[in-house]
Design a protein around this ligand. Structure first.
Ligand code: SAM
Length: 274
């Protein structure tokens, strides 16, 4: 993955609509595994539109939300304000800026689907310096690969392979490398990376993903527009044409216009500072 802190420019408004939520057990598991009790500070790196802030801010006294993309921070602030989540400080910047941010000791540093976007060894080491003794780095993502497929609600899957070809037809072969399945097996890669740092290792646990999510065509379109590789701006003046084609393709695959959207289980790679 190329280092591009602005890759998500113009995607924030679609993110909240189009991205499936993490496990509904995430908060309980984080609280239990990390002994969070409403004290301490949490830094969330690559916060996007406040996804983890909405869930986890209540587990600590103070949360710092960091993201290089101004649109994401604005959307995160708006959503937290609406939800009455007040203990969040929003900072524009990249993970690589952590040593110069002036953020005090943290009990937890989270990366929700953002660690693959950073210079991992360098950033993991600066997180190590920032953590209190006993504090943890937690890499959170959705994992389908190798996870048992739950029973679904009976709607067709989102036709991801066909959509992939449509995106490549519009944006060129060079896009294919970003369309997956490179995201699969990230936990193993992260575990290997963390072995090479002062953390010296990590443990991986899973929270059951939401098996009841049903997405309509608008939600699936928003999901693709929330991705860095198919962000709306990339289609330029062919955007309307692309969206018409995408909607047609989706309707061909599901006459009801509804899809089963299983995001996989929520994976937590946890590395704790002694
Ligand atoms: C896939 S989104 C994840 C949003 C949210 N954390 C979640 O769990 O859904 C990745 C986020 O990482 C941010 N990002 C990209 N490069 C980054 C970097 N070098 N440092 C910090 N954040 C970065 C992007 O702007 C984007 O908001």
């Amino acid at each position: 993955m190329e280092f591009d802190p602005q890759a998500f420019q113009g995607t924030a408004e679609y993110y909240a609509i189009g991205r499936p939520p993490y496990s509904d057990q995430l908060v309980d598991i984080m609280s239990r595994e990390l002994s969070l009790n409403g004290t301490g500070q949490l830094l969330d790196v690559g916060c996007g539109p406040g996804v983890l802030e909405l869930e986890l801010a209540r587990l600590v006294r103070q949360t710092v939300a960091l993201d290089p993309e101004a649109g994401m921070l604005r959307e995160g602030q708006r959503r937290c304000l609406r939800a009455g989540v007040e203990n969040v400080r929003w900072i524009q910047g990249a993970a690589e800026d952590i040593p110069t941010l002036g953020v005090g000791p943290c009990r937890v540093v989270t990366f929700g689907q953002s660690f693959h976007r950073v210079r991992q060894l360098e950033v993991a080491e600066s997180v190590y310096d920032l953590l209190e003794p006993g504090g943890s780095l937690v890499l959170i993502s959705n994992e389908v690969d190798g996870r048992p497929l739950p029973d679904g609600p009976g709607y067709p899957d989102i036709p991801r392979a066909a959509v992939r070809e449509l995106i490549v037809a519009y944006l060129g072969e060079g896009t294919r490398q970003y369309l997956g399945p490179w995201l699969q097996g990230l936990a193993t890669k992260f575990e290997n990376t963390l072995m090479q740092t002062r953390f010296g290792g990590s443990r991986t646990i899973y929270a059951p993903g939401r098996s009841d999510l049903i997405s309509d065509v608008d939600t699936v379109v928003a999901n693709y527009y929330s991705m860095s590789y198919s962000a709306p701006r990339l289609f330029g003046d062919r955007r309307v044409e692309f969206e018409d084609d995408l909607r047609r393709l989706l309707c061909e695959h599901s006459p009801t216009g509804l899809f089963w959207d299983w995001p996989g289980d929520t994976e937590l790679v946890i590395a704790t500072k002694p």
